[in-house]
Write a protein that binds this ligand. Structure first.
Ligand code: NAD
Length: 293
């Protein structure tokens, strides 16, 4: 058996088309959804992410602003910028690219973003609403995982889902979203005993660890759906680097029923979900109903 490849690029393009249509509808009402992306310092990976996010925003017909600040920026200066963006009526979403330099406390910065504009979904209020099952913006990468899993399973009701990783950015919120979809959820982490055995229970396995090709084929139940969140740069032949996921893709493909590739899986869908959140935030702030996407 060879797994179905869940094409994140194609899925993201479909979602992007729907977002562009709704954005046009909103513009006809005089509202141009606006996303401000803030980059502090010159981390090369962050530069790449930020560039693709701002390019995509503009491509879908939204207002896109990039604020680049030097690596030695003081926390108070970043907080002042966030205050200005919170008050700016042309901005509906604010994303501060992580990681931040060591003199800046990420938690303080995230908490300063107006929850209505929290398109990354990391604000404690947004996380609390998600945990309580209340409506609100959903963090982009976890939402991307659910959308991709639902390309295979129309409903997740009663399915065994195992999440590897318990970060606030991926592991915990994806577990909450799975729970909201009525899956039976197990969260595993670095202290989990016999991780392969727990993973073998999964109908849906979500890997968000940050360790290259960590999940092996014999951890996967035959026919399971595997969503690989990992982005790991490894040295390839010729001294170049290449990006691999947290799952040993080639061997996993022979066992899984469906699998997301890296790159081309969760990554592009995460960016599409950021656009979706910006559109949703713009509708909410304007007091308009949510788009039917
Ligand atoms: P993190 O470092 O904050 O969390 C990693 C988690 O993995 C921790 O909860 C830890 O308990 C768990 N872990 C570590 N070693 C383990 C082990 N040996 N066994 C079991 N669990 C273990 O990372 P993160 O921010 O959640 O990101 C995880 C991965 O996802 C990274 O590769 C990151 O680059 C990637 N990521 C991708 C996207 C995307 O858009 N595709 C977005 C965010 C993160």
């Amino acid at each position: 058996m060879t797994a179905t490849i869940i094409d994140g690029k194609a899925a993201a393009a479909e979602l992007g088309d729907a977002i562009a249509v709704e954005t046009l509808r909103l513009r006809e009402k005089g509202i141009e959804p606006g996303l401000a992306v803030v980059l502090v310092g010159d981390n090369p990976a962050s530069e790449i992410y930020v560039r693709s996010k701002t390019a995509k925003t503009a491509a879908l017909g939204m207002h896109s602003v990039l604020h680049k600040m030097p690596g030695e920026t003081a926390q108070t200066d970043l907080l002042s910028l966030i205050d200005r963006l919170n008050a700016d009526p042309a901005i509906h979403g604010i994303l501060v690219q992580l990681p931040l330099p060591p003199q800046i406390d990420s938690d303080t910065i995230i908490a300063a973003i107006a929850p209505a504009k929290d398109v990354d979904g990391f604000h404690p209020l947004t996380a609390g609403r998600l945990a309580a099952g209340l409506p609100g913006l959903k963090p982009c990468t976890p939402l991307a995982c659910i959308i991709l899993a639902k390309r295979i399973h129309k409903k997740l009701d009663g399915l065994e889902a195992v999440v590897i990783g318990r970060s606030n950015i991926v592991g915990k919120p994806v577990a909450q979203l799975l729970l909201a979809e009525n899956a039976t959820v197990t969260i595993t982490h670095s202290k989990t005993r016999d991780l392969p055995a727990v993973c073998r229970r999964a109908d849906i396995l979500i890997a968000a660890i940050g360790k290259a090709e960590f999940v092996r084929a014999d951890w996967i139940k035959p026919g399971a759906t595997v969503i690989d969140v990992g982005i790991n740069r490894v040295l390839a032949d010729g001294g170049k680097t290449r990006v691999v996921g947290d799952v040993a893709y080639e061997e996993a493909r022979a066992v899984a029923g469906a699998i997301t590739p890296v790159p081309g899986g969760v990554g592009p869908m995460t960016i599409a979900c950021l656009m979706l959140n910006t559109l949703r935030a713009a509708c909410d702030i304007a007091g308009l109903p949510q788009p039917k996407i």
